[in-house]
Design a protein around this ligand. Structure first.
Ligand code: OAD
Length: 246
């Protein structure tokens, strides 16, 4: 457990000493931006659904419009929020120390990118982007795109789908490999705002040879592998850890 300021001071020392740092972030990273965390996001007309029942290829094939509308609601919500002080502290650190800190995120909200972080490894994709449901054919081009919910190819009927990793799907291999490489080359991993229950993302914290620091107001599955646990919010703690006070 943390004793508050003492542990923050200790971890600040680890940040200064680390040549390579990885930030592994989850939904809690965006909580202070007003984005509900993944596991408590289902409200209103979507309350009767579990994300696990909507964010799957089977659900999309069974009812493309319903799943497309769910993502449209989430896209509208994400479009209204801004990066918080935690996202900005990470981006500012990367600006001051090019190449020293890598962000690997489970979030699809694009807020690290919006805050200016370069080279974000979006393990679960990006909700603002679309891809094709079936492997695209020569006819599947923007010119042949028929608007709709979802849009489709006017020639072959191939559907557009959100460019996010659905349950049961594999992560983009090159992104996962880059995250694994960054973890193995790091001396410090800050695990921010994740319950740590979804693999292979959570596995990065177990594979890294360096120190692990969990930043989370609640207990998480990765506390057990942490060298320090800081009980608090990302937008409060990350500026304390990353800003170089005079
Ligand atoms: P969860 O909703 O499982 O966990 C969010 C974590 O953030 C919890 O442990 C909260 O305690 C913590 N938290 C809440 N507010 C916070 C704050 N202000 N600062 C720091 N932490 C805070 O979301 P994830 O762990 O990100 O995968 O979920 C991982 C994956 O599970 C998601 O990417 C999604 C889902 O399956 C896919 O969609 C493939």
């Amino acid at each position: 457990m943390t004793d508050g300021a003492g542990d923050v001071g200790k971890v600040r020392g680890w940040v200064r000493a680390a040549r390579r740092i990885v930030v592994l972030s989850g939904a809690g990273m965006s909580a202070e931006s007003g984005v509900p965390t993944f596991r408590d996001a289902q409200t209103g007309l979507w309350a009767k659904f579990r994300p696990e029942d909507l964010a799957t290829e089977d659900a999309f094939r069974a009812d493309p419009k319903m799943v497309w509308d769910w993502y449209a609601m989430r896209r509208a919500m994400v479009a209204k929020v801004e990066p918080n002080a935690g996202h900005r502290a990470i981006a500012a650190f990367q600006q001051r120390h090019p190449g020293r800190l890598t962000v690997a995120t489970q979030n699809v909200d694009g807020l690290h990118q919006h805050a200016g972080s370069p080279g974000v490894l979006a393990l679960h994709g990006n909700i603002a982007e679309d891809t094709w449901l079936e492997a695209p054919r020569a006819c599947c081009t923007d010119a042949n795109l028929l608007p709709g919910t979802p849009p489709r190819c006017a020639v072959c009927g191939n559907l557009r789908r959100p460019a996010v990793v659905w349950f049961g799907e594999t992560l983009p291999p090159e992104v996962l490999q880059a995250a694994q490489d960054a973890a193995l080359a790091s001396q410090l991993m800050l695990v921010v705002g994740t319950s740590g229950v979804v693999y292979p993302a959570a596995g990065l914290a177990r594979a890294t040879p360096g120190r692990v620091v969990v930043i989370n107001p609640q207990a998480s599955d990765l506390d057990a592998v942490a060298d320090a646990v800081l009980r608090g919010g990302a937008a409060v703690l990350l500026p304390q850890l990353l800003e170089e006070h005079p």
